[in-house]
Design a protein around this ligand. Structure first.
Ligand SMILES: [Ca+2]
Ligand SMILES: [Ca+2]
Ligand SMILES: [Ca+2]
Ligand SMILES: [Ca+2]
Length: 485
């Protein structure tokens, strides 16, 4: 047996020669080794391998340590590095947690049942940002019956500003409006308007003041009247427009223009009678120019006007027995056969009469006609009076050419019996008409000493109603009118 590790040279060469892949390498290694060392070595000292790792190819005693194929280290084959699966050197995959938004579970948007939350801008979050409406019942409203409408909590069942829903304001033309059960209701119509078509949507659409088909009330027609042409609705009253020569003297539209102005009772105008005949053009025939004819009044018709209540009136002669004042006539007018100029000084006395002559007399007793002064009298109640604290009120009403100059003795008393009060007036009309109206009249003391009527410029002629020689009864509500011819 050779010593362990000892390989004879001829055996090494045999291995080399018998193993082609290693033959050149081994020879080169051996020769290089010999050349480096420059010496010879005993083959028994030549060990490269471990004799204990003998394998089937190894022939004991012939194995060359270090060149045995079995001594080739096993190749280090790394485990394939599969990214994402290698638990050692691949970072753990960053698996984000699924970003699942919280579902917007909004309650069904049913009017009146939706309960969103109103944010600071007035939109509700659960309704995807739509504007707040009547269905939104924010928790800040004190009761379920209320909803938040822009500026506060309201009950849309009854709110006229938010009726049925926010912002639905109830409004109707010419009418009030209310809200009930969430529905706008037409309220009372404004004065002068009505809901004639029954359609609430357009409110009270009809003007009762001027509509000739709804004059004063729905379906009240202003028709074409007898002796009249077109008609109009004025202040809710049908006013016939009369043909020439006719007039609506009774003020009743229903019978139209019932009066011919070519008649003895209404000659030329309503209430102007002729004692003789009414001629062509509405003038009385057979009457001397400058005469007065008594006017027959229609009822209802002109009546007492309280001059003391007329805006712009003046008061004169308070708390006096016998006195007078001069007031200018505000317009020209015919009296008898003369034209009394504008601004003529009218003499007004405390004793129930005035005169056109302007003479400052203050008589408390007189006859008509009488050529003695005073003359040219207008005497509604000529007697000895004592005026009240108000005295005599003077006012002018109407517009040209129909102005009226009113002189009212307000609450005077008889000097001989101051418990008896009288209020009466004379009205001078721009047309020449002179009227007397008696408001409240206590009977005069006896013996009666009252003169009522007109007197001309000279006192030679007059219109006599009463005088001391011919007493008459003029009581409360009486009215007299005289139209100059
Ligand atoms: Ca209507
Ligand atoms: Ca009539
Ligand atoms: Ca007197
Ligand atoms: Ca006289």
């Amino acid at each position: 047996m050779p010593e362990s590790g000892s390989v004879p040279t001829e055996e090494v060469l045999h291995v080399i020669s018998s193993n082609t892949p290693f033959r050149a390498l081994a020879a080169q290694l051996l020769l290089a080794s010999l050349a480096i060392t420059g010496c010879s070595f005993p083959t028994s000292e030549f060990h490269l391998g471990d004799a204990s790792r003998a394998d089937v190819a190894d022939v004991p005693g012939q194995d060359v340590p270090g060149l045995d194929v079995l001594d080739v280290p096993i190749a280090d084959v790394p485990i394939a590095d599969v990214p994402g699966l290698d638990v050692l050197d691949v970072p753990i995959a960053d698996v984000p947690i699924a970003d699942v938004p919280i579902a917007d579970v909004s309650i069904a948007d049913v009017l009146g049942t939706d309960i969103p939350v109103i944010d600071a801008t007035g939109t509700d979050a659960s309704d995807s940002g739509r504007a707040a409406d009547a269905s939104d019942v924010p928790p800040m409203c004190p009761t379920r019956a209320q909803v938040y409408c822009f500026d506060g909590c309201v009950d849309t069942e009854t709110s006229a500003s938010h009726c049925g829903r926010c912002g639905n304001r109830c409004a109707f033309a010419n009418a009030a409006a209310s809200c009930a059960a969430g529905t706008c209701l037409l309220g009372a119509c404004m004065r002068g308007f009505d809901n004639c078509d029954g359609n609430a949507a357009n409110g009270c659409e009809t003007n009762l003041l001027t509509d000739i088909n709804n004059c004063g009330a729905c379906d009240t027609l202003c028709r074409n009247y007898v002796n009249g042409g077109t008609s109009e609705c004025a202040a809710s009253v049908c006013v016939p427009t009369c043909n020439a020569g006719y007039d609506n003297c009774d003020g009743n539209a229903a019978n139209g223009c019932e009066v011919s102005l070519n008649s003895n009772l209404n000659c030329g105008r309503c209430g102007r009678p002729c004692t003789t005949n009414c001629g062509t053009g509405g003038t009385c025939t057979g009457v001397a120019p400058g005469s007065y004819l008594q006017t027959s009044y229609r009822f209802p018709g002109p009546s007492f006007i309280d001059a003391c209540a007329v805006l712009g009136h003046t008061t004169h002669l308070p708390n006096l027995d016998d006195d007078s004042v001069r007031i200018p006539l505000p317009f020209a007018m015919r009296s008898w056969n003369a034209i009394v100029p504008i601004n003529t000084q009218i003499n007004i006395t405390s004793n129930g009469w005035l005169s056109f002559d302007g003479v400052a007399l203050l008589n408390y007793f007189g006859m008509i006609p009488d050529t003695a002064a005073p003359n040219w009298l207008v005497a509604p109640y000529f007697t000895d009076l004592f005026t009240s604290a108000t005295g005599v009120c003077v006012a002018t009403i109407g517009v040209s050419p129909s102005r009226r100059f009113i002189v009212e003795w307000a609450d005077a008393v008889f000097l001989s019996d101051r418990t008896r009060h009288v209020t009466f007036e004379a009205i001078l009309n721009e047309s020449g008409l002179i009227e007397f109206y008696y408001d409240t009249m206590a009977p005069p003391p006896t013996p009666q000493n009252v003169t009522i009527g007109l007197e001309n410029q000279t006192g030679a002629a007059g219109v006599v109603v009463c005088n001391p020689a011919n007493p008459c009864t003029i009581g409360t509500g009486a009215r007299l009118g005289y139209m100059v011819q």
